[in-house]
Design a protein around this ligand. Sequence first.
Ligand SMILES: O=C(O)CCC(=O)C(=O)O
Ligand SMILES: [Fe+2]
Length: 275
Amino acid sequence: MVTDFPGSSPSVNFMKAPPGNDLKEYNGAWHVRINDQWRLSFKWGENGPYDDIVVHTPIRKAFQMHTDTPAIPSSTGPWLHQLTLDDLATHGWSRQNHFLPRELTLALAAECRVLAAGGALGFAAVGRGTGQTLRPEIRGDRTLWLEAGQSDACDLYRRIMETLRLALNRAFFLGLDDYESHFALYAPGASYSRHLDRFRDDDLRIVSAVIYLNPDWLPGQGGALRLHPPGEPARDVVPLGSRLVLFMSAEMPHEVLPATRERLSLAGWFRRRAP
Ligand SMILES: O=C(O)CCC(=O)C(=O)O
Ligand SMILES: [Fe+2]
């Protein structure tokens, strides 16, 4: 596993491996080799890469994880606690801290930031089909759907979510058939108004899963996920890095409150098979 992430700030060190990345620091910026033709140049601060980021595609190589064979999580390991499943069954939602290893959270956050800086994330629309519109006052995040093979970090995340899918099916016979997910970046002040994750014309989404990629979030910085469990008081969940929140997509109204700083997450949905 990666061990070179001292302290609470993300470190650029994970990009040292594999050696082909050829990570170098000069002229006040970091540089990695992407292939024979292109390099990626960026600055690195407390929260990861920033500023003057020149992204030449493909950027996949920059995000290869620091392991030859990323750990394959065991569904009986620390990845999912029985308590998390019990809470989901009893309350319709659950929260688990440290769901992702810290180094994976940092790698995913760095990837999300670089992709955003390169313009790969787009404003998310509200509505369905031809009725889709951009309404930043309702939904202000920028997103990018994940694809298989995008990076080692994303692939490991997808494998972890696959173990979660199997665990949910084993526990609740939900018939969950696949998982779709996207990076989401909320700029300071951006929010997502109260909504359900299930659409009137598409009831395939069964369980929503959000994982936060903000290693050092403080409650005073806002950005909570506010859940509105029916018949109960609202519950705020701070978007702290590596934390998993699960809830039943059709039954849990929720909203994202504005934050004073950038807020990163991976939002996803376990879906049943289309009839
Ligand atoms: O980021 C969150 O906390 C929730 C995001 C959300 O509700 C969504 O993308 O549908
Ligand atoms: Fe949602």
